[in-house]
Design a protein around this ligand. Structure first.
Ligand SMILES: NC(=O)c1ccc[n+]([C@@H]2O[C@H](COP(=O)([O-])OP(=O)(O)OC[C@H]3O[C@@H](n4cnc5c(N)ncnc54)[C@H](OP(=O)(O)O)[C@@H]3O)[C@@H](O)[C@H]2O)c1
Length: 435
């Protein structure tokens, strides 16, 4: 019987693209047995030919349009990064009826409605398992294994750089800037780490997870986001003293008529399994209404783990193309016509416990001033801690609150920060006690 082949067009031959090439070549027989087809890379679009060393040069082109138009190619794999050409190439491929695999969280988070509609119209598919959690098959788990559940809540440690930095600060009591520099020297953080430490990377991934959990498109600008740059070793010590660990989280929760989607560092109880996810590892903890609690854990980035997710999508598409079994569900597990845009709940409506760090001049009546304003704003104190040691003429005052409303916290802090004994803007860390 003639050998059947699924031809792939690969766009981008960097960290992930070259790992996809290696995986397809080294697991060729396995992929053949799993798809009944030979998976073969027919062309590679790459502008930086220094990356093509040791690979058949005839495969390379800089013309992604030619790849999208090649009638032999049925799957276009986009791994160029967040650039206009990547979006253009995906549009071209889908418009011509070629299915697309991508790891591009930024483009999926921002352009999912348009890309899904293009795929639907042209009877092809777009899969993006690698866009969240690298080698962890979390999107497939939500789309298939947990398809029967309402996802009540999902907490993700989904950015390796911020998790590495917070883990190091926790283990060594080190300062944020020092750990960031070390992470950059070791290659765990980008030269420009903005997207990782400010939370933007997690926002993109959370937008995608929210789509798969609730069948809702969220505008990334409407996801509340705070980074980790303000976290001090003192915050980590205080967290530890009261039984918490600080983690950077992407959180979505379902309520009766609304849902939350927010990204910020949070204190979680030390006995929560997420507290033990360290370094570059990622984890996603979910609560399905029937499945109950579960957690997926693994390597969230790197060439090989990400290639594992990309090629799993290629396998799924190759099987679907052969059986003509198109998902037609917008790749989210929800019927296309039921997907709709929705706004997450306003952060001001959040009710949770708070850690508050005031920086005050060490003089009489300061505590009375702070507690009076908190009380007037319906905020009751669980623990109050004042460190004796002076820091540049200011001392920290730490408050752990009982459950309070974010709106009340903001209005209390606005009033307190205007008082003459406050030396720096007050910082808060939200506490997630009930995952
Ligand atoms: N690396 C990871 O661990 C990881 C994990 C999950 C998801 N992802 C996602 O996977 C995608 C690829 O990431 P990566 O780390 O492999 O990036 P990368 O190493 O920078 O590779 C991208 C490659 O595409 C090339 N390229 C960019 N624009 C091009 C264009 N218009 N035409 C031809 N070639 C072009 C780049 O060339 P130059 O070098 O000249 O720019 C580079 O060689 C991104 O969307 C990323 O967010 C990566």
């Amino acid at each position: 019987m003639a050998k059947k082949t699924t031809f792939i067009g690969l766009l981008g031959f960097g960290t992930v693209g070259s790992a996809v090439y290696r995986l397809i070549n080294s697991n060729r027989d396995l992929l053949q047995r799993k798809t009944d087809h030979e998976i073969q890379i027919k062309s590679i679009c790459e502008k930086n030919m220094s990356k093509a060393v040791g690979v058949d040069q005839k495969l390379f082109t800089t013309d992604y349009e030619a790849i999208a138009a090649d009638p032999d190619i049925s799957i276009v794999v986009e791994l160029m990064g967040d650039c206009p050409e990547a979006l253009e190439a995906m549009r071209m491929a889908l418009s011509r009826g070629n299915s697309v695999v991508t790891a591009n969280k930024a483009l999926i988070a921002r352009h999912a409605p348009e890309l899904f509609e293009l795929a639907r119209k042209n009877n092809c598919e777009i899969l993006f398992e690698a866009s969240v959690g690298g080698g962890i098959p979390v999107l497939r788990a939500l789309r298939e294994g947990l398809a029967s559940n309402r996802i009540r809540s999902l907490y993700g440690i989904i950015n390796g750089t911020s998790n590495y930095i917070l883990s190091k600060m926790t283990a060594e009591g080190a300062d944020f800037q020092a750990v960031l520099k070390e992470a950059q020297a070791l290659g765990y953080a980008e030269a420009d780490p903005g997207s990782d430490i400010m939370g933007t990377d997690v926002v993109y991934k959370l937008a995608i997870l929210t789509m798969l959990c609730h069948g809702r498109f969220v505008n990334v600008d409407e996801i509340f986001c705070r980074g980790i740059a303000h976290i001090l070793p003192l915050d980590i010590k205080m967290a530890e003293k009261f039984g918490y660990v600080i983690k950077m989280l992407g959180i979505t929760k379902m309520h009766d008529h609304s849902f939350e989607a927010r990204v910020h560092p949070a204190m979680i109880p030390v006995n929560n399994p997420l507290a033990h996810v360290h370094g570059a590892f990622n984890a996603i903890q979910y609560h399905g209404d029937f499945s109950g609690e579960g957690m997926l854990y693994g390597l969230g980035a790197g060439g090989n783990p990400t290639a594992s997710a990309v090629v799993s999508d290629i396998i799924e598409l190759s099987r679907n193309i052969q059986s003509q079994n198109r998902i037609n569900l917008g790749s989210t597990g929800f019927s296309h016509h039921t997907l709709e845009a929705a706004r997450p709940r306003d952060i001001l409506e959040l009710h949770t416990c708070y850690y508050i760090r005031f920086s005050v001049l060490d003089r009489p009546n300061v505590l009375a001033g702070i507690t009076a304003v908190l009380g007037r704003n319906n905020i009751s104190i669980q623990h109050l801690y004042q460190q004796g040691q002076r820091q540049e003429d200011a001392v920290p005052v730490i408050v752990f609150t009982h459950k309070a409303c974010e709106r009340d916290i903001r209005s209390a802090l606005k009033e307190i920060d205007a008082m003459d004994f406050i030396t720096q803007t007050t910082k808060i860390i939200r506490i997630e006690d009930e995952p």
